[in-house]
Write a protein that binds this ligand. Structure first.
Ligand code: CA
Length: 229
């Protein structure tokens, strides 16, 4: 499977150069030019590795790295920080924020590719925890497959993101506004009742195997994923 890399960088020239080098090296690359865009990409799909620029227009790369480390869903994604700073104290700060490696600009694309390869090799065993299972409902986030009692369930992209969010955050009640934030991302403008529409579609897909009941409506509050036999 082609490793996916998320590259967060606001300078278009560097973004293009690195994107080209990584694509040529056989990686699938998605880009974002600020922290907001990065969060929206992350809500669509998890990458295998994140390349993160230190200075972003809306946030510092350090803050974003810390946030990624705090979230259980993104905690294990390896991060390489890119920066023009090269003082030793900055490097230490970068690594302490949760980055796994560090490169200073200007860098050679060849060296970057070599570092990515090495880091992916080191962190590969951590991908083993990407399977979530609750009473016959099984989600494999690496292949983005959901199965119920062994049968594959086909979902639209929003329903997939919803069930992934629920299965990785079971037993907690989320309001429609919270679901919009987590599943659609803060950048999307969507009405709260849109959530209900997608919940209905998701329940319909889970109905034949009896798993629809796992998604509970909590009156006056929102929804909860409550897996039970
Ligand atoms: Ca920058």
């Amino acid at each position: 499977m082609t490793p996916r890399i998320l590259f967060i960088e606001d300078e278009p020239a560097i973004r293009e150069m690195v994107e080209l080098a990584l694509t040529r090296a056989g990686y699938e690359v998605t880009t974002a030019h600020d922290a907001r865009g990065a969060r929206s990409r992350l809500s669509e799909r998890f990458p295998d590795l994140i390349l993160l620029d230190w200075m972003l227009p809306d946030s510092s790369g350090l803050d974003l790295a810390r946030q990624l480390r705090r979230d259980t869903q993104t905690r294990s994604i390896p991060i390489i920080m890119l920066t023009a700073r090269d003082a030793e104290s900055d490097m230490v700060l970068g690594l302490e924020s949760g980055a796994d490696d560090y490169m200073t600009k200007p860098f050679s694309p060849r060296e970057l590719v070599a570092r990515i390869k090495a880091l992916l090799r080191r962190s590969n065993p951590r991908r083993a925890d990407e399977i979530f299972e609750h009473h016959g409902l099984r989600l494999d986030t690496a292949s983005q497959r959901l199965t119920a009692n062994g049968h594959e369930i086909r979902l639209g992209p929003t329903e997939y993101r919803l069930i992934r969010f629920f299965m990785t955050h079971p037993e907690r009640v989320y309001s429609r506004a919270q679901l919009l934030d987590h599943v659609w991302g803060r950048t999307a403008y969507v009405e709260e009742r849109t959530v209900d529409v997608h919940i209905r579609r998701l329940r319909k897909a889970l109905e034949p195997t009896g798993h629809a009941a796992f998604i509970e409506t909590v009156r006056g509050s929102g929804y909860r994923f409550h897996p039970h036999p």
